[in-house]
Design a protein around this ligand. Structure first.
Ligand SMILES: *Cc1c(COP(=O)(O)O)cnc(C)c1O
Length: 465
């Protein structure tokens, strides 16, 4: 009998290499309209099926026009990493091995890989080594996991078991967050039954940092179980909340401090003392959420939840059932640390990437992206009518043109259409801005220079009218 895998995998391999080959030079935006994609892809569900080779070719044919090159070295939209070669190779194997990584007994290998990768991350970020670690789909779920542990922890301390008794009739939880916290914090609070109206907002400064003095004032008015959500890496400016001061205030108040460090937590891995200092005091928090698919550049999707109290982490997430064979010893069941039950072995590409890069390689990756962001800011800021709005402390740059909302938005659209690079707009403190996020491992100085040139070319053309 012929091998049913070989022809399909060979084809997929050829398509993958072709995609990667064109990636650095292709038009960075997408070209196909929805109508075009529907015309190519929608058909009555075939009654008898079609050959797999045909289906794989059909998928690959729509990719060049139907996707943006969001893993291109000149893609600066949102905060989007690419995939390093080894993490992509490891991810292929994850699909091939098709392990259900939910419990140890199904995949001892994956359980141990994730245990080791988790230890490496705690070491790399220099966080309490006893912390619980869960590999989730992204920082949204990492925020959810951490805040579920926080909800459990603050209520346990006042004698309420939220996992058994729920929130109805429970002591009220105060939730405090910066005016600049990421929307996924709000969403996590929604999922947790706390709702978004419970959030008490603390003013942020001009860079988007939570004001520690205002937090202290706020905490002084609060009694009972309290969770504070701080941030390492503002999604617009890259700025860090003053974490040591915030941790100090939370410690005095007995509040649980959660830090959303989706990309900013990686500053801890930098060679540069100034970059590391941005996150000074972060080790004093109770929980940390981060992404691996952003700065670490593993393929989608992978985030990480880290919780200092393993007991609170486990109590919030654990599941057990009569038919599950769970471990009694040191072996680790992932179901105890994440919201998922069956799950992909998403810690494997993390392990592969960390091992391949090593501590120095990760520091280089962090510092390289920061330096490309500074390079772009420097290339732009001296041009007539161009303003960089933020202190470029990390990998994020905010740019405004002719101090004008309309012109700024037109430059953003013009750059997207030009196709040399891709980025998007935002509103920063009431003013339109272009947002540049340098998050791809492969972005070279030449990519940064070409992209800055394209931005300036579009701006000049619009100015000429
Ligand atoms: C990207 C991001 C998130 C959400 O992460 P996902 O991986 O998209 O779920 C949360 N917080 C911050 C600060 C982010 O940049």
């Amino acid at each position: 009998m012929p091998d049913p895998f070989e022809p399909l995998l060979a084809r997929a391999h050829a398509h993958a290499l072709d995609y990667l080959d064109h990636l650095p030079d292709r038009y960075v935006g997408s070209l196909a309209s929805r109508d075009e994609l529907i015309a190519a892809l929608r058909a009555p569900l075939p009654p008898h099926g079609e050959p797999g080779e045909h289906v794989i070719d059909l998928l690959a044919a729509q990719v060049p026009r139907g996707t943006t090159a969001c893993n291109s070295p000149r893609y600066f939209g949102f905060v989007i990493g690419g995939a390093t070669p080894v993490s992509l190779a490891a991810d292929w194997l994850v699909s091939t091995w098709d392990q259900n990584a939910g419990i140890y007994v199904i995949s001892p290998f994956v359980a141990v890989i994730e245990e080791v990768a988790g230890d490496w991350l705690l070491d790399l970020f220099d966080l309490p080594r006893e912390s619980g670690v869960g590999f989730v789909t992204g920082c949204q779920m990492a925020n959810l996991t951490c805040l579920a542990a926080a909800r459990h922890g603050v209520l346990r301390r006042v004698g309420w078991d939220v996992e058994a008794d729920g929130l109805q009739g429970a002591p009220r939880i105060n939730v405090v967050a910066s005016a600049e916290s990421h929307i996924t914090i709000d969403v996590a609070l929604r999922y947790l039954g706390l709702g978004t109206k419970c959030i008490q907002r603390v003013e942020a400064d001009a860079q988007g940092r939570m004001r520690a003095d205002k937090l202290r004032e706020k905490l002084a008015t609060l009694e009972g179980p309290t969770i504070v959500c701080a941030q390492a890496g503002n999604v617009n400016t890259g700025a860090f909340d003053p974490l040591r001061e915030i941790a100090d205030a939370c410690g005095k108040h007995g509040a649980w401090l959660h830090v959303d460090g989706a990309f900013g937590l990686w500053a801890r891995a930098s060679h540069d003392a100034g970059t590391r200092a941005l996150a000074d005091g972060i080790e004093l928090a109770d929980s940390w959420a981060t992404d691996a698919h952003k700065w670490l550049n593993v393929p989608y999707d992978c985030g990480v939840a880290l919780v200092k109290s393993r007991e609170d982490h486990r109590a919030a997430m654990t599941s057990s059932a009569a038919y599950l064979i769970q471990t009694q010893g040191a072996e680790r069941d992932a179901v105890d640390w994440v919201p998922d039950f069956s799950r992909r072995a998403r810690g494997v590409p993390v392990y592969a990437n960390l091992r391949t890069l090593g501590r120095d390689g990760i520091a280089d990756l962090v510092d390289r992206l920061c330096s490309r962001a500074r390079q772009m800011a420097d290339a732009l800021r001296d041009e007539p009518g161009v303003q960089v709005l933020n202190d470029v402390v990390l990998n994020q740059v905010l740019v405004r043109f002719d101090d004008d909302d309309d012109m700024t938005r037109r430059v953003v659209v013009g750059v997207q259409q030009d196709g040399t690079c891709w980025l998007a707009g935002t509103t920063w403190q009431g003013r339109a801005a272009m947002r540049i996020s340098v998050s791809n491992w492969a972005t070279s100085t030449e990519d940064a220079a070409r992209s800055a040139d394209a931005i300036l070319r579009v701006h000049k053309a619009l100015r000429r009218g």
